[in-house]
Design a protein around this ligand. Structure first.
Ligand SMILES: NC(=O)c1ccc[n+]([C@@H]2O[C@H](COP(=O)([O-])OP(=O)(O)OC[C@H]3O[C@@H](n4cnc5c(N)ncnc54)[C@H](OP(=O)(O)O)[C@@H]3O)[C@@H](O)[C@H]2O)c1
Length: 389
């Protein structure tokens, strides 16, 4: 996406050492000519640079963009949750004067943490980013939210979250991350009254890229829970059946769409859902994996709960433990988490715009093939002789 006809803007990016932010950085380097300042938590500029380079390697394994990283990226040590990012006042305002567009991707993404911790970074941090953006001339902010701001409506089969929706009466029982992102969205929206030119994107469940399945397994704070769910099912040979829509969205779709909205579309005051339009249920996806020859037996949700409680989910004769077994053991304790069915996320506005610019998500079946091939390649999931992928 070369932006012809006007000078390339300077972009200020938060979260560039995370799953999505690192891909946004990679795509900004590959597809645009912008210069980027990345706010990074690090002990020194050298350390910050190394962290960015390590993440670049995830999505650009041959480091073809290494020179661009050196020439066009300025790492800046800071913390979004600190007043003025912990910078000297003078540096903060000089940076604002040099910035044209802000992409705020950093967040505490722990699904099981305390509300106070999530708020300290996601709400306070967004407050700092909003104030920073208001100090820039163009006041343009792309805020990365999440489709899970729908809170407990996630489990309501009669509910559809539309892109214009915000407060739909949702509640957040045991959903501190989701609640903090909802509250952060409120700050962004309200700042419109102070002249903030905001756009919000709400990604779905982020997986590896469309083509290679590149994803930072174990290199970020995110445990790769969505991957771990599949691995656990394959390793144990057991899955519970569920009509919950299980979103599978490739990271490059979210990244390219975010860059497009931030730099090109610039439809201020709008929200876009970056979920995969190919909606599949959890059971359908497990079926897709099973079709490759993996021996997977479906049980009811209740049977699965019992297996978890009795610790009878096994692999190679031993109790099986993973991020997934831990997560479900925790979720099943709360009545509000019922994985029988779910609400829907309508992404038609984003989809309608993005397809005109050839920014696409592969269908889930094709993505599963890419991810299985990659998982097998990295020995993350076991190979099957009959697997011809
Ligand atoms: N992953 C998903 O499936 C998903 C789905 C929907 C929405 N999202 C949203 O997408 C965004 C990116 O998520 P992600 O998956 O890339 O998360 P991630 O891998 O956990 O990365 C989070 C990023 O935020 C940075 N960060 C956290 N606290 C910070 C602080 N106090 N100061 C400065 N930087 C800080 C982290 O830096 P360190 O490396 O220093 O910790 C890291 O770069 C988030 O806003 C998230 O809510 C993600």
């Amino acid at each position: 996406m070369r932006l012809s006809g006007r000078a390339e803007p300077n972009v200020f990016l938060t979260g560039a050492t995370g799953v999505l932010g690192a891909r946004i950085l990679t795509d900004l380097l590959r597809d645009t000519d912008v210069n980027i300042t990345c706010l990074v938590r690090a002990s020194s500029i050298t350390d910050a640079f190394c962290r960015l380079e390590k993440m670049l390697r995830v999505y650009d394994p041959d480091l073809t963009l290494a020179d661009d990283l050196k020439c066009r990226v300025q790492p800046l040590i800071g913390d979004i949750a600190a007043a003025q990012f912990g910078l000297e006042k003078e540096d903060f305002f000089r940076l604002a004067a040099e910035t044209e567009v802000v992409i705020h991707c950093a967040a505490n993404t722990n699904l099981f943490g305390r509300l106070s911790t999530a708020r300290a970074i996601n709400v306070k941090g967004t407050h700092e980013v909003v104030n920073f953006t208001l100090a820039t001339e163009r006041r343009e902010l792309l805020f990365v939210s999440t489709f899970t701001v729908m809170g407990d409506k996630t489990f309501d089969p009669d509910f559809t979250l539309r892109e214009d929706d915000y407060d739909v009466g949702q509640e957040f029982p045991f959903m501190s991350y989701q609640q903090s992102k909802f509250e952060a969205e409120a700050l962004v929206r309200q700042a419109g009254e102070r002249g903030l030119n905001w756009q919000i994107v709400r990604p779905g469940q982020i997986f590896g890229d469309n083509t290679h399945g590149h994803y930072p397994q174990g290199e970020t704070n995110v445990s790769g829970l969505f991957y771990d769910i599949f691995k656990t099912v394959i390793d144990t040979g057991v899955a519970f059946s569920s009509e919950v829509i299980f979103d599978v969205t490739p990271v490059d779709y979210v990244s390219k769409a975010s860059i497009f909205f931030a730099l090109k579309h610039r439809a201020f005051g709008e929200t876009f859902h970056l979920t995969n339009p190919d909606e599949r249920t959890y059971s359908e996806i497990i079926e897709m994996i099973r079709a490759y020859g993996y021996d997977i037996r479906f049980v009811s949700q209740d049977e699965y709960k019992v297996m978890l409680n009795e610790r009878s989910l096994v692999a190679h004769g031993k109790e099986y433990r993973s991020a997934t077994t831990q997560a479900f053991r925790c979720w099943f304790r709360h009545k509000s988490f019922d994985f029988s069915s779910s609400g829907r996320v309508d992404c038609s506005r984003a989809r309608g715009i993005l397809q005109r610019y050839e920014i696409h998500c592969k269908p889930v079946e094709d993505l599963i093939k890419v991810y299985l091939r990659r998982g097998i390649g990295s020995a993350h999931v076991p190979t099957l002789i009959q697997l011809d992928i």
